[in-house]
Design a protein around this ligand. Sequence first.
Ligand code: ATP
Length: 573
Amino acid sequence: MRRLARDPQAIITTTLILIIVAAGFLGPIFLAVDPNQADLRSANALPGTPGHPLGADQSGRDILARLLASAQTSAISGLIGAGVALVVGVTMGLIGGYFGRRTSAVTEWVFNLVMTFPGVLLLIVLTPVTGGDYRFTMLIFGFMLSPTIFRITRNLVMGTKQELFVDAARVSGLSNTRILGRHVLSAVRGPIIVATAFLIGTAIATQAGLAFLGIGSSAVPSFGSMVGEGFTNLTRRPLQFLWPSLVLGILTASLVLLGNALRDALEGLRTVPPRRGRTESPAEPVSMGEEDEAPLLRIRHLAIGYPSTTGEIEEVVHGVDLDVRAGEILGLVGESGSGKTQTAFAVLGLLPPEAVITRGSVQLNGRELLGLSGEELRTYRGKTIAYIPQEPMSNLDPSYRVGSQLVESLRATSTLSNREAKERVLALLARVGIPDPQRVFRMYPFEISGGMAQRVLIAGAVASRPALLIADEPTTALDVTVQAEILDLLRDLQAELGMAVLLVTHNFGVVADLCESMAVMQKGRIVETGKVRQTFAEPQADYTRTLLDSILDEDTVRTDPPVAPRDHKEVAR
Ligand SMILES: Nc1ncnc2c1ncn2[C@@H]1O[C@H](COP(=O)(O)OP(=O)(O)OP(=O)(O)O)[C@@H](O)[C@H]1O
C-alpha cells in the first residue's frame, strides 16, 4: 500500500476509477433525472441546453443521466464478472494446485473445457436464457473468465506448496484448509490482485460490447448502447458518441494501468525462499512382530524408495532400525545423501508424493504412524512430534509477522484463546533468549537474523511441549558463534522439558556436544549405534572410524557430557 501511495500512476488511476464509480452510484440520486425518459422536443439538444448540461440524444434522453447510469451498469458488470471469476478460479486453483495429481488433473480438464467455450458468441446465444439481464450475462461471463484465475492460482500454489514454510505449517499441526487459506493464499494473492484489475476491465468492456451490438435489455443504460447510438448520429452530433467513448475509455484504461501499477508495487515485495520438494505421502502400514522395551520412537526395517526412469522402485533407505527413548537425545549422523533426512521425514510424514515406503514400521508410543491419514497425522505433528528445520528463514512465511505465525500454530494444537496464546508465545520468545520479545513478536521474518529465526522456530516447536523433537541440521545454516548458542539452547530446553530429540546432523562435533546416543548412517543403512562416548572412544564400524577421523581433522569438538552444561572442555583435535 505504501508503494502504491507513492506511485502517481496508481494514484491517478485509482482516483479516476473512484470518481466514475462514485458518480455512477451517487450521481443518479442527486440528479434525479430518469435516464430512459424520452422527450422528442429535446431530441439532439446541444450541451448547455436547460435541463440537459451535456445535451440530449436522438430520443431526447438526457446524456448526463445516461452516462451516470451507464457508469453504474459498468461498475456492477465489473464486480459480478470479476467476482465470479475470482471465487470460482481461486477456489478451484487452490484445490487443483494443493491436492494430489488426480484432483489437479480433473480440475484442469474442467477448466480446459470451459476455455473452449466461444466467449461472447455463447453469451449472445444464451440471451433467451439470461432474458437480456446484463447481471445474469456477467455471471456467466465470470465463469468464462475463471480459467485465467484458476491457472494463475494453481501454478502459484503448486510452487508455493513446495516452500519450506508450508512444510513447517503442516508439521506444526495446521489443517490443509488453514494452510491454504492463510499461508498459500497469502503467497499467491499478489498476482491475483493484479489479474483482478484486468478482469474488471474485461468484464466492463464485454458488457459494453454486447450492449453496442444491441444484446440485452434496452432499458438498461450502458456505455455500449450509448456509443452505438452516438455512432449512428456521428456526423450530426459527434459529442453524443464522444462522451460515452471517453468515459468508457478512461475507465477501462485506468483499470489496466492500475493493474500495471499494482504489479510494479507487488513485485519484489515478497522474498521467495528456496524450494525443497517435500510433501505428504501416506504409506502402507506394516505390522512388526518383534517386541522391545518400549522406546518412544521405534523404527523397524524402514525402507524408502523412488521410482527410477525404468519404473522400478530404487531404494535409498534400506531397512533402518532405530529407537529413540523418551528424554534421550539421539544424533543421527552420516555423510550427505546417506538417508538421514529421508528417515526423519518418514517419521514426520513429509516425504515427497513420489516416495514409496516399501516396508517397515514407524511407531510412536506404540502407535503405528505409517499409513495414517493426513488428519490422523495432524493429531501428532505439532503436539507430540515437533520439528526444527535446517533453514530457519525459509520456514517462516515471509508475509506474516513472527508473532502471529507462532500464535496460529499454538492455537491449532491447543485450546488456548488468542490472548493466552499470545502471552505464551511472548514467554516462549523470552525463554529462547530473544532480547525484546514484544518487538520481535511484531516483526516480519526478513527483519530478524537467521539465528533469531531459528530461536523463533525452536520456540514454536517446543510450545506444545512435544515428546519428540526432530531437528534436521538445526545449526548448519547459521554462523559458528550462533551455532553454539542454539545448541546450548536446545540442550537446556531438552533438559527442562524432558523431551526426546532426534538430531539429524553430519557434524560429529554437534553429536559430541549434545547427544547421549548416536546412530551412524551410510548409504541408506544404519552401520553403528551406541552411546556417544563409547562410540567416539571405540568406533566399531570402519565407516564410523573414517568419518570420525575426517571430521576431527577439520573441527574442534566440544565434548562436555550431555545435559551437564557449563563445564565445557575444549578438546582440539
Ligand atoms: N525426491 C527424490 N527422488 C529420488 N531420490 C531422492 C529424493 N530425495 C532424496 N533422494 C535420495 O535419497 C538419498 C538420501 O537423501 P537424504 O536427503 O535423506 O540424505 P541426507 O543424509 O539427509 O543428506 P543431506 O545431509 O545432504 O541432507 C539420496 O541419495 C538422495 O539422492
